[in-house]
Each structure stands twice: as C-alpha cells, then as structure tokens.
Write a protein that binds this ligand. Structure first.
Ligand code: IMP
Ligand code: MG
Length: 215
C-alpha cells in the first residue's frame, strides 16, 4: 500500500548490536524493527502532511496515553517547528486521554477509558487523535465512538504504527507512520506490562523478555 512505510513480514529487523539501548533490557529483545532516528524522520514528514491538510485550522490534539505520549510530543514538536517557519500555522491545544486494554501481549475485551472526564469542549472542534499503535483496531473504534458523542466538527487520526492483524476492524488512521508485521513491539513509549517505555527504538520483544515481565 502506498502512502506509508510497509515493513514486510520477512524483514528480520536490525541487530541490537548496531545501536545502543539500555543494558537492563539485554536478552529481552529480538531485534530493532524501527530505529529511533527513522521514527523521528518519519514523524517530521507526517507533521508536514498534517500541516498541508489542516493548516490554518484550530485543532485539539488528543493524545492517547500512555503509549502515545512520545509520538504525540514529537509530532506536536514538528508541527510547531513548521508553524514557526511558514505562513501557514496550526493553532493547537493538547489534551490527554488514558486508555488501557492490554494484559501481557493480549488485547482484552474490556477497554478502560481512565479519568474519562467530560470532553464536551470538543463540540464543534477539529480533533486530531494521536495514538502510537493500532492493532486489532478495537481500541480506536471504541475511542472514536466515545469522542464522536461529544460532537466535534472533524476527527482525524494519526497512528505511528498499524499492525497487519488478521480480522482487524479495518480502522485505518488518516496519517500512518509504518505498517508492521503482527508481532508485539515495545519501545518509544510502547510497553509490555509497563516495561520498555524507557527504550527509544521500536523493538520486537523476545520470548524470554515476555516471560520475564509476565503478570
Ligand atoms: P487494539 O485495540 O488491538 O488496536 O490495540 C491498541 C492498543 O493496544 C494500543 O493502544 C496499545 O496500547 C496496545 N498495543 C497493541 N499492540 C501493541 C504492541 O505490539 N505493543 C505494545 N502495545 C500494543
Ligand atoms: Mg500498553
């Protein structure tokens, strides 16, 4: 599919020896699937695409915590840089929403919107939902329904990663960084039971890593 970076199933990833990463995760990872620098370069381009389409609109950025915090911070940073350096600007507000659905590496049925306060200020606004990863799409579908109920003028979704999951609810974000194989990835704020958020590359977790941090 054109329009975003497709990482194929047979891509072995980069050897961990090529990059630096925290020693406390040695043995817990199989490979680096997207190095931090590539994430940043792709994010810069997504910011431009967003600017081209939404420039001169006021937007409310809705950051999906916790996994989305790093991507959201970097994306907002790049949009700010573009706004400083051109005549088109995007006045932005940033808001946070916290979701939780995964236990170990499995999506659970019950999705929690934590601290789900009143989002009625979204009425009539242009909303940009920023999420790190879309797997089955269940989370995004639930969130979209939740946000739509507050009557925004427009909703766009930016997702850094989309997984090729069989029987996904076909919830494709408007802006996608990379399409990745159906493997559990961590790093760049993505976690496995709260571990690995302090890793800057996006990596595939190893079987021993899964066991070590299993709940
Ligand atoms: P979905 O409902 O299956 O689309 O899952 C989306 C949510 O699950 C995301 O917001 C992530 O928090 C989490 N998730 C899905 N796949 C991964 C993964 O490979 N690594 C870390 N978190 C993931
Ligand atoms: Mg998680």
């Amino acid at each position: 599919v054109a329009g975003w970076g497709v990482i194929s199933d047979d891509w072995p990833g980069y050897s961990l020896d090529l990059f630096s990463y925290p020693a406390h995760y040695s043995g817990d990872l199989d490979c680096v699937i997207i190095p931090h620098g590539v994430i940043m370069d792709r994010t810069e381009r997504l910011a431009r695409n967003i600017m081209d389409e939404l420039g001169d609109h006021d937007i409310v950025v809705l950051c999906v915590l916790k996994g989305g915090y790093q991507f959201c911070a970097d994306l907002v940073d790049r949009i700010k840089a573009l706004s400083r350096n051109s005549n088109r600007t995007i006045p932005m507000r940033v808001h946070f929403i916290r979701l939780k659905s995964y236990l170990n590496d499995q999506s659970t049925e019950d999705l929690h919107i934590l601290g789900a306060e009143d989002l009625s200020f979204l009425a009539g606004k242009n909303v940009l939902i920023v999420e790190a990863i879309v797997g089955t799409g269940k989370t995004m579908k639930t969130l979209l329904k939740h946000v739509e109920a507050f009557g925004p003028k427009m909703i766009k979704v930016a997702g850094l990663l989309v997984k090729r999951v069989p029987h996904s609810s076909a919830c494709v974000p408007d802006y996608v960084g990379f399409e990745i194989p159906n493997r559990f990835v961590v790093g760049y704020a993505l976690d496995y039971n709260e571990y690995f958020r302090d890793l800057n590359h996006i990596c595939v977790i190893s079987e021993s890593g899964k066991l070590k941090y299993k709940i």
